[in-house]
Design a protein around this ligand. Structure first.
Ligand code: SAM
Ligand code: ZN
Length: 574
């Protein structure tokens, strides 16, 4: 049987560090892995590393940390905003001074909106949050110096207070322009073609995701932050603002285990029947001086990378000392700023299929920061599968191919391109592999990495909720190769899959849950395809379906002694 593809020795995965956790992002990569591969595939300081789908900028951070030069490209202005602010150093002193000034101006005004009384002793207190059950103010959660942290039913006074705030602000809201104290975004959760966002449920506009009290508080805060100068300080306060804005929304469920905080747990504009209404001042304070706040993030950045320089042209990048980066807000297929054969290494994580709609999800932040004017104009070239935008899987494939072609051109010959991919779906992974081969890349290796904070439980995740990441390593040949590949037939593929899975089970000496089989299968499959000069030209059915045909013939199913659900079934040999 084949040997396992070379495994890499990377220290065990762990959570993200303070400079990255400060702002939520979707599909953020583990910095250790990125760091490992940059060290593996570049030799010297000063080499140029490109991430054409840079998202929140983890690859840029790790590139700079290793004293290489970084180029980041992303179509989404919010990705670029997050990346830039993650890499901008601001001194702790300046952050604290500005925070104190804002506190002076606004803390009381905002906190007053959350005033209530302790149900036990009758003292005035400030709610840390309220909760809402559908459209009813349900309970209040606060700290009383006498009675400690409490969760109590709201009373008529709380409801009256809220209604007062609502009518006051509804009047104010009627005559708003962009410089008003109470400006807030009203962007529709619809594409310009009139269809609803793929990931929207009940709400129709950004402002409906918030209670009136939280809209008012956020508006006051934003208005004040917009007056900060200099610009980089203002920008990092906007960054802190946007890092908490979703936490002030109604998309934050009440959780019995953590009654005083919540988070935006679903990658959608979902309707949460019992939701939190968190005190905006408390959230903002945490976003600046809390465990995952701006101050910690900047200290972490300063510990890791000093004197980062940002440039605006490729020639400046070439001539500047390390660490320097060049960040470009464009569709990668239209990139013109980077000459051909100029990049030493590409490492990237393209969007995979339809599950995370980056454009529309990041739009929550984009609307508050007022950086997206026309949705379709900004996102028409986003590489994604989304039937409401008429982006089918074949449209996705052709866009991905255009992107890979651009990447291929910018890369120097004989250099590597690592593409990490999180898709649980063989069709999508294959589509990426196939596009890369058709672009002219040489296949080097595919490695699977288990997820950060891998627990015994997560290793037994049911199929479909795939955890961890695949890293495809490709290489640009010295001279354009004539790689001729024949299509593999369905029968052949089926035979291969069964053979490889049998090998995997033999090698493990124990039956395995399906998702582990799937993670081990892919590296063998692509190696075998590549060596045999075959391409999978059709969209294969899921591996599990194939394997199921062979239950009783090649495979037996076993109950997992520690398993809790039917998905914990183990696959062994007959
Ligand atoms: C999976 S995310 C990258 C996340 C990143 N690995 C991180 O650690 O934060 C994919 C990114 O590709 C971007 N993208 C989608 N279509 C693009 C295009 N045509 N050109 C450039 N970027 C694009 C999205 O905006 C998104 O930020
Ligand atoms: Zn009390």
């Amino acid at each position: 049987m084949n040997e396992y593809p070379a495994t890499v020795n990377v220290s065990p995965p762990h959570g993200h560090s303070p400079m990255y956790v400060m702002h939520k992002f979707f599909g953020r990569k583990q910095e250790r892995l990125i760091n490992h591969y940059i060290r593996t595939f570049t030799q010297d300081e000063g080499e140029i590393v490109l991430d054409p789908f840079c998202g929140s900028g983890v690859t840029l951070g790790e590139t700079l940390r290793l004293k290489r030069k970084a180029i980041g490209v992303d179509i989404n202005p919010i990705s670029v905003f997050v990346t830039r602010n993650t890499l901008t150093f601001i001194s702790g002193k300046k952050i604290l001074e500005e925070f104190k000034a804002i506190e002076n101006d606004l803390k009381n005004e905002i906190s007053n909106l959350y005033k209530t009384t302790c149900s036990k002793c009758g003292k005035k207190v400030t709610a840390i949050c309220f909760s809402w059950q559908d459209s009813n103010l349900y309970d209040k959660r606060y700290f009383c110096s006498q009675d400690g942290k409490r969760v109590e039913k709201t009373d008529f006074k709380d409801i009256e207070q809220y209604n007062g705030i609502r009518s006051y602000f509804e009047n104010e809201f009627n005559n708003l322009n962009e410089s008003s104290t109470y400006w807030f975004p009203k962007n529709p959760l619809y594409y310009s073609n009139g269809r609803a966002f793929l990931k929207k449920e009940r709400y129709n506009h950004i402002h409906e995701l918030f209670t009136k009290r939280n809209i008012a508080s956020l508006a006051l805060l934003l208005h004040r932050i917009n007056q900060i100068s200099p610009q980089d300080l203002r920008s990092s306060f906007l960054f802190a603002f946007s890092s908490m804005v979703h936490l002030a929304s109604k998309m934050t469920p009440v959780r019995p285990t953590r009654p005083f905080s919540s988070s935006w747990i679903q990658p959608s504009y979902w309707y949460c029947p019992h939701n939190m209404e968190s005190n905006v001042w408390e959230l903002f304070e945490r976003a600046i001086i809390g465990k995952q706040g701006l101050l910690k993030a900047k200290r972490d950045l300063n510990r890791k990378i000093q004197n980062i320089k940002k440039v605006n042209t490729f020639s400046e990048l070439e001539t500047s000392p390390n660490p320097t980066y060049f960040l470009i807000n464009t569709d990668i297929t239209r990139l013109t700023q980077i000459p051909e054969n100029s990049v030493d290494y590409v490492i990237t994580d393209p969007p995979y299929g339809h599950s995370i709609q980056y454009g529309e999800l990041l739009y929550l932040w984009g609307s508050w920061l007022n950086v997206v004017n026309d949705y379709n104009e900004t996102f028409q070239d986003e590489i994604i599968i989304n039937h409401r935008q008429d982006k089918s899987i074949s449209e996705y494939e052709s866009l991905l191919k255009l992107a890979l072609n651009k990447i291929y051109l910018t890369l120097k010959p004989d250099k590597f391109c690592t593409i990490t991919f999180h898709s649980p779906n063989l069709t999508i992974r294959n589509l990426l592999y196939r596009s890369a081969i058709q672009t002219g890349f040489i296949f080097d290796e595919l490695v699977f990495h288990a997820p950060a904070r891998a627990s015994a439980k997560s290793l037994l995740q049911p199929a479909g909720s795939q955890q961890g990441d695949f890293f495809f390593h490709f290489k640009k040949p010295l001279k354009k190769l004539k790689q001729v590949f024949q299509p593999i037939t369905g029968e052949e593929l089926e035979k291969w899959i069964v053979e490889i899975v049998k090998d995997i089970i033999v090698k493990e000496e124990n039956p395995l849950p399906y998702n582990q089989i799937q993670n081990k299968l892919d590296p063998f499959l692509y190696e075998k395809l590549y060596k045999s000069k075959l391409l999978l030209n059709f969209n294969p059915k899921e591996v599990k379906k194939t394997l199921k045909k062979y239950i009783g013939i090649e495979f037996s199913l076993f109950e997992n002694p520690d398993g809790k659900s039917k998905n914990d079934i183990l696959w062994g040999l007959v």
